[in-house]
Write a protein that binds this ligand. Structure first.
Ligand SMILES: [Zn+2]
Length: 618
């Protein structure tokens, strides 16, 4: 659905962008602008600017910019239409509604009804936990687990008391028909006992309730944690599973929702990382310990859709995987998904603690932060575990190599594949070439690098000027520059796999000396070049690293966009000749999108401050 241009303009005009962004980012006045720490990349000194009188924001660190609508879309993961609707509501602007077809109307009403019943149930659960006498077991249990009332209120935790019809009665008083409760998975039908008996009962009984919210903070499903029976309760009745979750419904798809994301996204953007946990309690107790960037999958394995949701907030994920065979399988399944989205993944090892909640209770928040710092790269973990399972003797070597090679082939990114190849080679005491030859016997670029290792390497590799500036910035400020690279296509940067692999290692925290030291044997030309670039250090101000990298990345993207523009123009010319009107139109639309992007890039480049001293070429 599209809104008239005037309505969108009115929403923009009536939205106070400084107040809006001020809810997420602490802003300070600086001339006519307001500045703060960018919510879209991890930084220590503020480069995020809001220009209220012009109604836009811009970050000099990562280049993200936009207006109030873009800000809401990016920080809350909403579509354009959803963001406009939300802002319109907040600003008191009435948007004209397009006439819906009867079918669309029916679907919208059905969804709306489900939102209503979930919201009403959520309100009852919360009220029960916070104030009603029958909420006492829930309150006692939360207190025992060390969850404060403030936390419970933030996460809208509730309680469903033991009994068969508490929610049923509540929904009736709200004139919500029982069949809606059934559709939402909150009530269940039973055999009717006679006329007039609706025959439903509450699904959640004697359970602490964690509502699962959508992007617009509406409850769409619930997870219920069974409370232990009070002492002296009669034995015998089956209380059901420890955790009970709502079934899927037209408004709830398990594989698309991450529990806690609506609270975690701001922190995830600020800290540049997301912690992926298994349970509701884990996410809640991590928030309470100061780790607001935690979310939980709702009882499913990580899906592609989950990864998409994560990708719009951060490119670094810490995940818990058990150290058993099942944990290894899960990690091996998740890795290609994360890699395809250019998300680096690390494994959190809780040692003897069974979950983060227990870990923090035992060791405290500071220890948990240290644990995050020591998180093992997931690729390394998979390779290491394969070696551990098969053994290190010479007979096992072949089996390990077979399994490792299978795993390497699944990795979608060449840079990551190269890093993983080096791990495998290191762990098996093999040359990287041998592993490559086995893993990619006929793969074009992989063969090339294997061959280039055999032919004598040139004295020094001379990268294009832009790439050498980017490498300088990455060496100088890996923690700031690596996140900027996460969003761009590796093909824009360089064709040499070993360069990408070295950049990946530098960006993910490997010390410069180690990276270059390893390259001395595999690619001495590259090692020499990197040392030369690193030596420029000292002639330029370090703060200029980000500006330089942003500048180079924008230029690299512009080159790629311009190539696409030429390609698209050629296709349009071809369509014109063949008279294919529909592809002609599609190509025109694509072309105008590309032209718009080129303009944005040029505008962003012209807004970039110049580095205080220009970088001299290497
Ligand atoms: Zn930024």
């Amino acid at each position: 659905m599209a809104f008239p241009k005037e309505s969108v303009e009115e929403v923009r005009a009536r939205t106070d962008i400084a107040a809006l962004i001020g809810q997420t980012v602490a802003l300070k006045r600086n001339g006519s602008a307001l500045v703060g720490l960018c919510p879209f990349h991890n930084e220590k000194s503020p480069s995020f600017n809001v220009i209220p009188h012009k109604g836009f924001f811009h970050c000099f660190g990562c280049g993200t910019s936009g207006d109030a609508i873009t800000f809401v879309m990016k920080t809350r993961g909403l579509t354009f239409v959803e963001a406009v609707k939300d802002l319109a509501q907040a600003a008191g602007v009435t948007l004209p509604e397009r006439d819906l077809t009867p079918e669309e109307k029916a679907r919208a009403t059905a969804r709306q009804d489900l939102y209503t019943v979930c919201e009403s149930a959520c309100a009852l659960f919360v009220k029960t936990l916070l104030v009603l006498p029958e909420g006492k077991p829930g309150r006692d249990y939360l207190e025992k687990r060390g969850v404060t009332t403030e936390t419970a209120q933030k996460y809208r935790i509730g309680f469903a008391p033991d009994g068969w019809d508490r929610l049923d009665r509540h929904l009736r008083t709200q004139r919500i028909p029982p069949q809606l409760g059934v559709q939402a998975g909150l009530l269940k039908r039973r055999e009717t006992r006679g006329p007039g008996d609706e025959g439903v009962y509450d699904v959640f009984r004697n359970r602490l309730i964690f509502p699962i919210l959508d992007d617009r903070d509406r409850p769409i499903a619930f997870g219920g944690r069974l409370l232990p029976d009070p002492p002296g309760a009669p034995p015998g009745k089956d209380p059901g599973p420890k955790y009970l979750n709502s079934p899927e419904s037209p408004i709830y798809k398990k594989g698309e929702v991450l529990y806690g994301l609506s609270w975690a996204r701001a922190q995830a953007q600020r800290k540049g990382r997301l912690i992926l946990v298994e349970g509701y309690f884990d996410a809640v107790s991590l928030w309470q310990a100061g780790f607001g960037e935690a979310v939980a999958t709702c009882g499913t394995a990580l899906t592609e859709r989950h990864v998409e949701r994560i990708q719009s907030h951060t490119r670094k994920v810490y995940a818990l995987f058990d150290s058993d065979a099942a944990g290894l399988r899960a990690a091996q399944k998740s890795l290609p998904l994360l890699q395809a989205a250019q998300i680096s993944a690390f494994r959190l090892d809780l040692g003897a603690s069974k979950d983060p909640d227990e870990y923090i209770q035992r060791n405290g928040a500071a220890a948990f932060e240290t644990l995050l710092g020591a998180g093992e790269d997931l690729i390394q973990m998979v390779v290491r575990r394969i070696v551990e399972e098969e053994g290190r003797d010479s007979a096992a070597k072949d089996r390990v190599l077979n399994r490792a090679v299978e795993f390497l082939r699944d990795l979608p990114s060449v840079g990551v594949r190269e890093t993983a190849t080096l791990y495998v080679a290191g762990l098996l005491n093999l040359r990287a070439d041998e592993v490559r030859a086995r893993a990619f016997p006929s793969g074009g670029r992989s063969i090339e690098s294997a061959e280039s290792a055999r032919t004598p390497a040139p004295e020094r590799w001379v990268p294009p000027k832009e790439l050498s500036h980017l490498l300088w910035a990455l060496i100088r400020r890996p923690q700031d520059v690596w996140p900027l690279l996460a969003n761009i296509d590796p093909d824009w940067i360089c064709e040499r796999e070993d360069v990408l692999a070295a950049m990946h290692r530098l960006g993910t925290g490997a010390p410069f000396a180690d990276v270059v030291g390893d390259l001395d044997t595999t690619a001495p030309d590259l090692a020499r070049t990197l040392r030369a670039i690193a030596a420029i250090e000292g002639t330029i101000k370090e703060e200029d690293a980000i500006i330089t990298a942003t500048d180079v990345i924008l230029r690299m993207e512009r080159t790629a966009v311009e190539a696409k523009i030429r390609e698209q123009s050629a296709m349009i010319a071809a369509c014109g000749k063949s008279g294919d009107k529909s592809s002609y139109r599609d190509n025109l639309i694509a072309l105008s999108g590309l032209n718009a992007r080129r303009q944005e890039i040029n505008a962003a480049l012209s807004r970039l401050p110049r580095p205080s001293r220009p970088l001299r070429d290497t």
